[in-house]
Write a protein that binds this ligand. Structure first.
Ligand code: DP6
Length: 351
C-alpha cells in the first residue's frame, strides 16, 4: 500500500532591528551587511506549512494561502534541492532515520500565513523558514538549516531560531559562513513587548528583492551604511541586548530603521515605503519619549508602512491607549496587535 508521509510545522515572523538591505550574491542570497532581529512568539504572526510525500504524487506542487503557485521558482527549487541533497548525504552516511523510499517521492506543500502576505510584515521570512524546517522533518534532515532557509529569502535564516538572532554576513563566496546564530535565547528579556500597527495591509509596491537590488546599484549611502555604520552598530546592539538596556536598544533600532529608509530615498528612482500614518507614528513615539524624558518606546519599519513598536511590558497599556487616541481604528482602517510577547522557540512541529 502507498504510504503518505505528512508533517505540519509553524514558524514565526522575525523583526529586524539592524536591517538587512542589499546582496553581494543574488543567487546564493549573500548580504552586504550583517543584521539582527527579534523572533516573535509562535502564536501571533506565523506561517503554518504542511508537507506531504507520496509515491503516487506525479510532481512537486505548492499552494500558498490556498492558491497554487509556481514550484519552479528558483528560490523554492534551491530549498528543495538542498534539503534533498542533505537527506541523500545522510542516507549515504548510513543514517537509518532517513526514509530512503521517501527520498525519491514528490512533495505537496501547503502554506498559510495568519497575517497579510507581502505587506512588509516579513511573510517571506516565516514562509521560507517554515518550508525548510518542514521539508527537513519530512526527509529526516537535522542540524544547521539556516543556510538553506537563507537561499529561500535572506531574512528567513533568522526565523530558524528564537530569541535575539544575528545573521552573520560571512566572507566566503560559497556562502557557507553566511548563517544565523542565536545571540540570546527566548527567555532572556521577558519584559520586552512588540506591537504591530497595521497602517496598510496592501501588497507593497516595490518588493524587498527588487528594491534592494536597485539600492545596491544606485545608492552611495547604502554602501557607506554597509561598510562603515552597520559593523559598529551590530556590536552595540548585541551589547544593548545582553545588558537588557532598553534605551540603547530602542535608539539603535530607530536610527537603523531611519537609515534604512534614508537609503531607500537615496535609491534612484527613490523607493517610498513609509506613508503619512508611518510618519505620524514616528512623531508620536518621539513626542511620547520626550514627554517622559526617557526612551520608553521605539519604532521600526520594514519594506512597508506598518509600524513595529518595541516597548517594555509596564508601558504597553498606556502606549496602546495613546495610539488609539490618535489613530482610532475607524480612521486608519488598521488593526492593532496588542502587546505581543516576543521570542520563544522559533520553530515547532505540530502534532
Ligand atoms: C527590510 O529577506 O524579504 O525586511 O532576501 O530578497 O527575500 P530577500 O529579501 P527579504 O528582505 C528583508 C528586508 C527587510 C529587512 C530585514 O528583515 O532585515
Amino acid at each position: 500500500m502507498d504510504k503518505t508521509n505528512i508533517v505540519t510545522c509553524t514558524a514565526p515572523v522575525n523583526i529586524a532591528v539592524i536591517k538587512y538591505w542589499g546582496k553581494r550574491d543574488e543567487e546564493l542570497i549573500l548580504p552586504i551587511n550583517s543584521s539582527l532581529s527579534v523572533t516573535l512568539h509562535q502564536e501571533q504572526l506565523k506561517t503554518t506549512t504542511t508537507v506531504a510525500t507520496s509515491r503516487s504524487f506525479q510532481e512537486d506542487r505548492i499552494w500558498l494561502n490556498g492558491k497554487e503557485e509556481d514550484i519552479t521558482h528558483p528560490r523554492l527549487q534551491s530549498c528543495l534541492r538542498e534539503i534533498r541533497r542533505l537527506a541523500r548525504k545522510r542516507r549515504g552516511d548510513g543514517d537509518p532515520s532517513v526514509d530512503s523510499t521517501g527520498l525519491s517521492h514528490k512533495v505537496h506543500i501547503c502554506s498559510v500565513n495568519n497575517f497579510p502576505t507581502a505587506a512588509g510584515l516579513a511573510s517571506s521570512a516565516a514562509g521560507f523558514a517554515c518550508l525548510v524546517y518542514t521539508l527537513a522533518r519530512v526527509f529526516g534532515v537535522e542540524g544547521e538549516l539556516s543556510g538553506i532557509a537563507r537561499q529561500g529569502s535572506g531574512s528567513a535564516c533568522r526565523s530558524m531560531y528564537g530569541g535575539f538572532v544575528q545573521w552573520i554576513m560571512g566572507k566566503k563566496d560559497d556562502g557557507k559562513d553566511s548563517l544565523a546564530q542565536q545571540v540570546e535565547p527566548e527567555t532572556h528579556w521577558p519584559e520586552l513587548r512588540i506591537l504591530v500597527l497595521v497602517a496598510s495591509a496592501e501588497r507593497k509596491p516595490v518588493g524587498s528583492t527588487s528594491g534592494m537590488q536597485t539600492s545596491v546599484q544606485t545608492s552611495s549611502l547604502l554602501k557607506h551604511r554597509a561598510e562603515s555604520v552597520v559593523p559598529g552598530r551590530m556590536v552595540e546592539m548585541i551589547e544593548a541586548v545582553q545588558r537588557k538596556d532598553f534605551a540603547a536598544f530602542a535608539e539603535l533600532t530607530m536610527k537603523d530603521s531611519n537609515q534604512f529608509h534614508a537609503t531607500c530615498l537615496d535609491t534612484y528612482p527613490p523607493i517610498f515605503y513609509l506613508n503619512s500614518v508611518s510618519q505620524q507614528v514616528i512623531s508620536l513615539v518621539h513626542r511620547y519619549n520626550r514627554h517622559y524624558g526617557e526612551t520608553r518606546v521605539a519604532y521600526t519599519f520594514d519594506a512597508g508602512p506598518n509600524a513595529v513598536i518595541f516597548t517594555l511590558q509596564q508601558h504597553v497599556s498606556e502606549f496602546v491607549q495613546v495610539v488609539q487616541h490618535f489613530f482610532p481604528p475607524e480612521t486608519n482602517g488598521g488593526q492593532f496587535f496588542k502587546g505581543l510577547p516576543v521570542n520563544h522557540a522559533a520553530l515547532s512541529e505540530e502534532l
